[in-house]
Structures are given as C-alpha cells and as structure tokens.
Write a protein of this length. Sequence first.
Length: 315
Amino acid sequence: MILKPRTIPPDIVHLEILKNRLNPHHPAVPQVEETLSAMKAGWNGEQSLDFHLDYLKGPHHILHNLRLHDGHHFFQIDTVILFPSFILILEAKNMIGQISIHREKKEMRRDTEGFHDPVEQAERQKRLLDEWLWRQLRIRIPIDFLVVFTNRRCTLEFDSSDSRIYEKVIRASSLVDALEKKKDMHQGKRFKKEELLRIGQALAESHQDHVPDYMKRFNLSYSDLLKGVRCPACGKYSMKRTKMKWVCPGCSHHSFLAHEQALKEYAVLVAKTISNKEARDFLKVDSRHVVYRLLSAYCKGKSGSTKKARFLLEC
C-alpha cells in the first residue's frame, strides 16, 4: 500500500514558474535552468524505481519523498518501505558516467566532480529516522537502506576495503532481488498489520513540504519578472481582458480563468497576499473594479478595508 504517493516536488514547480516569468535573456536564466535540470534528473530517477517496486511482494507500506523534522532540522528520504520486521530506506541516484565511491574518503566522484558519499548520506537518514521513531512513537524497529543508481548509462567502481558495500549500493535492475535478500536478513520481531499501518500514517502525517524561495536564492526582485497573464495555448504573456474573458491577440485563444494561474505564480514568487493595485500591475489590467471582481471570486479571503484590502492567494 502506498501511504504517501510520489508527487512532483515543489522545487520543480517553483523553478518552472520562475523560468517562465523571466525574460529568456535574463542573466539568471542559465542558473535557473541548470538547477531545474538537476532537480528533474533526480525526480526522474526516483520515478523510475516505481516500475521495480510494483513487483514487491508481501505486506508492506510505501512512502515517497518524506521530509521530517528531527527537533533541530529537517531531513528528507526519497523512499521509505515499511515491512513487518524492518524499515528500508531507498536513496535514488540518477547519474551518468564513471562513478567512483570512496568509503574511506567519504566521497563520490564523477570524473573531476566531487559529491557526498551516498552511503554516508543513507546512514545518516537511517540514524535520524531511528531517533524520530523513538522520540515520536517510542518504537524501535530495525532500519536498513539501499543506495540505488537508476541510470543505465553509468559505471560503478568502489575504492573500499568494506565488501559490504556491494550489498548497500546497487543498480535499479537489481532492486527486487536486493529487497528479497533484505527481507530474508530481517527475521526478528514482526509488527502486526495495525501497528505497521499506525507507523506509516504517523510518518505521512508528520511530513512537511519544503517551500523554496528561489527569488532570494537567485537574488531576484519583483522588477525582474515578466508581468501579464500567460496564454495557455501559445505561452505568451499577452492576454487581454475583454468583458468577461481573456483573449490572446497572438493566437486568438480565449479563457475565462487564465488569471488564476497568474495569481498562483504571484503567490509562489512574490507574496501570499496581494492588493488591488498590485494585482492590476501584475495582471496588466487597468480597471480597479474588474480586478476587484476577479480577486473576490478567486481568493480565499481578505483583510482590511476596501481600498487597503489584501487578498489571500492560493499557491
């Protein structure tokens, strides 16, 4: 049973919104595109595991993209699988090229690039999850992990005296067999079905999404953003408000609700509340009365008097 489905990360959604709202020639665009590409690569690698997990047998619960607070900071795990006798962490890596893992040096290298040791990363996740389960639920259950390389266009080599690394770092094609071996290794106390479900539900309910501030990260301001309502058909920020609908002068596409996406993008990039004046500037609509009607129909609520009212936006 999947208790927490895999959903597209907010990072990717926010970066795509930001990329679309920047002039293609803006100096920040290459950085945004590079970050977005890396995020999508990781996301695609995680998604590719689902094919293999479909073949998993026996009672289990799966939670994807879990982000928990350890009392001081947040920690994130790609996939958690709850079995009756143990918990398994999956750390997915979607990389191509010659990958070398040096356990003694605690690093991973691809050509001249250096990365954190994925085994050490998974061991830290294991420790933090164990502490979280004890602190929140007073439960002790064995926790194991696998680092899974999902891209077939990579070669793996290990510089380590620890032969157990071959049991910890695998390719996605070996995942099902590796999972069955892990199940055979953990034959201790078994949690009842109800207990296992309670653990899974507690983890799912404690998850907190990460809401990134990429405007701050890339040192951008409101003036850097393209204004206007984007045409759903041709993608240009050129839609005009005519009577009760939006019309694109470029491709003649019309929409009644195109402004809602623009307001969602404002909430992501600028602020969760907006005034009538700010909305007129962002939507490129002159009429205060038209914008008031649009905001009143779309927004969750408002605060303040009519002239100074701020409308609460949805992300």
